[in-house]
Design a protein around this ligand. Structure first.
Ligand code: N01
Length: 544
């Protein structure tokens, strides 16, 4: 363990430490705990005012995870997983934040986390083989390892129209929600965006507001969340066989174990197909991925995909009473290759008086004004505007830091055409830098907890191996990195994902390279690959 101070050539005091971890969400906190267990000195920096990352920032009404609570938590400590009692199928944000804070207290993690501090630069010093980290609070740190736990969806994206700062009412982005309660009672509210965040916030704002106007650019397929109080029997059952449950999730495709599909959607009769879709639609215990995993080819064959899409369109038409609104809410594109969305009373909300849907395909937004929004056709006045417009996903948070590797080469330049990584864990030219759930790993195409824990364990094992071998640096090789990046693309191109505009391919941010940002090969297969790499002496890495 080293944690000492030295004076840099410019006279600045520099603290020396073994590892810096950027971000104190689920990933960063687990990494801290793990590295401490190896005896390393660790400093965590966190931009937020509190711990929790995603679950700190996303405090908007209705925010909850869409993976079951029993599968969306840490598995690393058997006592922790037994003692914590979840209360709902899909835990709401306040419960997740309580859980994270409980973990931080239980393992005494707070003392190594510096809040309200944003890392601005990470520069590799080749002669010392150390990372120099600087923050917006003037900290300068020298660390052997730099571990980015910066999140996949942590840089909010706004609309690309002028006037945002001119609006005189209240403005919110769902991913940067204020800590104090926000009351919408009696107000005229706009929501822009109908992705997962918009779909969660819309029904609750509609209940309070005098008027709610929803601005929709692309309709989404919204499946019923079926959230409910957790059945104590279910909780007991899972806890009694947690090892087996975790193993099955780790070996699955999406980090949530599902029965293996055996047939394509068009290999069964229409009646059988629709019976399956209906069962998923009505089952309160179904999973986010249930509708996608009943047949082998929903994500690979357009005609098969269309059968699920049409089933959902028919349900929308049944729920929404105004035919024009129902039609606008019915998506026309492929199902499930944009992130599937779970909702509670989402379509029903459009039957409420005072709720209006505006089609931005027909009449695009042109400007934010002092009193509201303008489209190509109409002026709207609002008291509040909620931007549920998403994120600069996967690379946004990494590119927000000035990361420079060997020879001072910027990561941003290396990634100008899209991210290039080895396993989504490491980058050639950037020794001892690791990215937890980085681009090119399954990450957002999985239950994030499964992917986070896998990366944290892998990185810790790698550091331990280096120590055992007396190595100072570990660096991805260019060839291995190129091959992996090609593989990520190749597997992506075998699916329907690249055919649809979404943040999975970067198309939501103007000018962002269009590539597959996550690996769709499945967490089970991916884990095997990572374990093989380690077993082969860190094949594709150079240790010095
Ligand atoms: O963001 P999104 P999100 N003008 O990018 C629209 C996770 N998550 O925050 O589709 C007008 O999905 C945009 O329209 P379009 C989950 O992984 C999970 O909702 O690009 N509209 C879209 O409707 C999720 O996928 C949970 O045409 C504009 C919306 O804004 C990811 O986070 C909850 C626009 C953005 O949707 C991101 O979800 C919340 C513009 N200029 C989030 N720009 C759960 O676990 C964007 N839009 C349940």
């Amino acid at each position: 363990t080293t944690s000492e101070r030295s004076i840099s050539p410019t006279g600045q005091e520099v603290r020396e430490i073994d590892a810096v971890v950027v971000g104190a969400g689920f990933a960063g906190l687990h990494m801290l705990h793990k590295l401490r267990g190896l005896g390393l000195s660790v400093q965590v920096y966190e931009a937020g005012d509190g711990l929790g990352g995603t679950w700190y920032w996303n405090r908007y009404p209705g925010a909850r995870v869409d993976v079951k609570s029993m599968y969306y938590n840490y598995s690393f400590d058997p006592e922790l997983e037994q003692e914590w009692e979840w209360t709902e199928k899909l835990p709401p944000q306040p419960e997740l934040l309580r859980y994270i804070n409980h973990v931080a207290d239980r393992f005494d993690l707070r003392k190594d986390v510096q809040l309200r501090t944003r890392v601005t630069a990470a520069v590799y010093d080749e002669s010392a083989a150390r990372w120099r980290i600087t923050t917006d609070r003037g900290d300068v740190l020298s660390a052997r390892f730099a571990i980015m736990a910066t999140g996949c969806l942590s840089v909010p994206k706004m609309v690309e129209i002028p006037g945002i700062e001119r609006f005189r009412g209240r403005s919110f982005h769902t991913g940067n929600w204020p800590e104090q309660d926000v009351d919408f009672t009696g107000r005229r509210v706009a929501v822009i965006g109908t992705g997962s965040s918009g779909v969660q916030v819309i029904p609750l704002v509609a209940e309070a507001a005098a008027q709610l106007t929803v601005f929709q650019r692309t309709a989404n397929y919204v499946l019923p969340a079926g959230n409910h109080a957790l059945d104590p029997e279910f909780q007991r059952d899972i806890k009694s066989r947690y090892r087996e449950v975790r193993k099955a999730n780790r070996e699955s495709s999406f980090g949530i174990a599902r029965p293996e599909a055996t047939k394509g959607a068009l290999e069964v009769s229409e009646a059988e197909r629709n019976a399956f879709y209906r069962a998923v639609w009505e089952d309160k215990d179904s999973e986010l991925v249930s509708m996608l995993t009943g047949f082998t080819d929903t994500l690979a064959d357009e005609a098969s995909n269309e059968t699920a899409a049409q089933f959902i369109r028919d349900r929308i038409a049944e729920i929404v009473t105004d035919p024009a609104t129902a039609e606008l809410l019915q998506p026309t594109g492929l199902f499930g290759v944009k992130r599937p969305v779970l909702g509670t009373n989402y379509y029903e909300t459009f039957n409420r008086p005072g709720v209006r849907l505006v089609d931005l395909r027909a009449t695009p937004l042109t400007e934010v004004t002092e009193s509201g929004l303008e489209t190509a056709q109409e002026s709207f006045e609002f008291d509040d505007i909620i931007y549920a417009t998403g994120y600069d996903a996967m690379t946004g948070a990494l590119n927000a830091i000035d990361i420079r590797g060997r020879g001072g080469a910027p990561l941003r330049a290396k990634w100008a055409g899209g991210p290039v990584t080895y396993l989504g864990l490491a980058v050639a030219g950037f020794p001892n830098l690791f990215t937890i759930t980085g681009p090119g790993s399954p990450s957002v195409l999985s239950n994030m907890m499964v992917s986070i824990e896998q990366h944290v364990d892998w990185i810790a094992d790698a550091i331990e191996t280096m120590r055992a071998q007396g190595a100072t640096t570990m660096e991805a090789e260019t060839g291995a990195e190129q091959e992996w990046t090609r593989h990520v693309d190749e597997v992506g191109n075998m699916t329907l994902y690249p055919k649809v505009d979404s943040w999975y391919v970067g198309s939501n941010v103007p000018g962002k390279p269009r590539v597959m940002y996550a690996y769709i090969g499945g967490v089970g297969a991916y884990r095997e690959k990572c374990e093989q790499v380690a077993a082969d002496g860190y094949d594709g890495f150079t240790l010095t």
